[in-house]
Design a protein around this ligand. Structure first.
Ligand code: GLU
Length: 281
């Protein structure tokens, strides 16, 4: 299979140095392997996506010297595909409607317990208040969640690994670890047709992605993606999780971090080579 990777930004703000690092790594890897580099626009959240941010993504990436086949995949054009995947999970009995808002989840979460994480890839780990609600009671403002216990039971052969402390190598996570750390993640967000997790596995499969290059902040999300792939009968790509680019205080860069926007450096007269050096490439 041809080495195929992708960069999948959301057009909800400017690309910054962290994105530059990720996209340059992916693009360099594809070139080194004689493979394919794809761009995908993750604009599933139409309340936050803006055409001018999408235009700026193309400008920034062209300026960095990158090229990709056209047309690019855009999530907002693929809602029926996400629905198909969702229907499959529904048919397996793994999905339930949830009416909890953030405050409800906070209130139900209870006191923190020693050794049990409170936050996962979707923020606070869902305490399970609505887990027993049937789908035919889905309200128009509900989200749809994956029942992680049932999902793991439906994919019993699946193994999850993570890298331990330095030199300790990989170690295996038990289903219990995953239940604690990930919880019942959202498959369809409020007023949306999908969620990041559901869309990204369907898209990676449809684009025949063999290698995903992403930040280590997505390590836990990757476990969800591997689980969804198993449930949906989709192939699992090889994942490369890279270090995060941080500011001088050690904080990871955020979309609002305009000072480190690629466009800003560009205006200030820096070159793409300067950007490469700044991120250590
Ligand atoms: N849209 C996601 C992001 O920008 C994609 C990351 C990924 O799936 O690798 O964080």
């Amino acid at each position: 299979m041809t080495f195929t990777t992708r960069f999948a930004p959301s057009p909800t703000g400017p690309l910054h140095l962290g994105h530059a690092y990720s996209v340059l790594l992916a693009h360099d890897m594809a070139r080194a392997e004689g493979g394919v580099f794809l761009l995908r626009i993750e604009d599933i959240d139409q309340s936050r996506a803006r055409p001018h941010w999408e235009a700026q993504i193309y400008d920034d990436l062209h300026w960095l010297g990158l090229a990709w086949p056209e047309p690019v995949m855009r999530q907002s054009e693929r809602l029926p595909r996400y629905r198909q995947a969702l229907n499959r999970l529904i048919a397996m009995g793994l999905v339930y409607p949830c009416k909890c808002n953030r405050a409800d989840i906070e209130a139900a979460a209870g006191a923190p317990q020693e050794g049990v994480p409170q936050f996962g890839p979707d923020g606070r780990i869902y305490p399970g208040t609505c887990r027993h609600r049937p789908l035919d009671e889905t309200g128009s403002n509900d989200v749809l969640r994956l029942n992680i216990r049932k999902a793991l039971a439906a994919a019993p052969a699946l193994r999850f690994h993570e890298t331990g402390p330095a030199h300790a190598g990989m170690h295996e996570l038990s289903p219990g670890d995953l239940i604690d750390r990930v919880g019942d993640i959202v498959l369809v967000r409020r007023n949306m047709h999908s969620s990041y997790h559901l869309s990204v596995v369907v898209d990676d499969a449809d684009q025949n992605i063999t290698n995903v290059v992403r930040g280590e902040d997505l390590l836990e999300a990757t476990h969800i993606h591997v689980l969804l792939q198993a449930l949906l009968g989709l192939p699992t790509p090889i994942y490369h999780h890279h270090k995060l680019i941080r500011d001088e205080n050690g904080k990871r860069l955020a979309k609002r971090d305009d000072a480190r926007a690629i466009a800003r450096y560009r205006q200030d007269g820096l070159t793409p080579q300067d950007i490469r050096e700044m991120v250590g490439l």
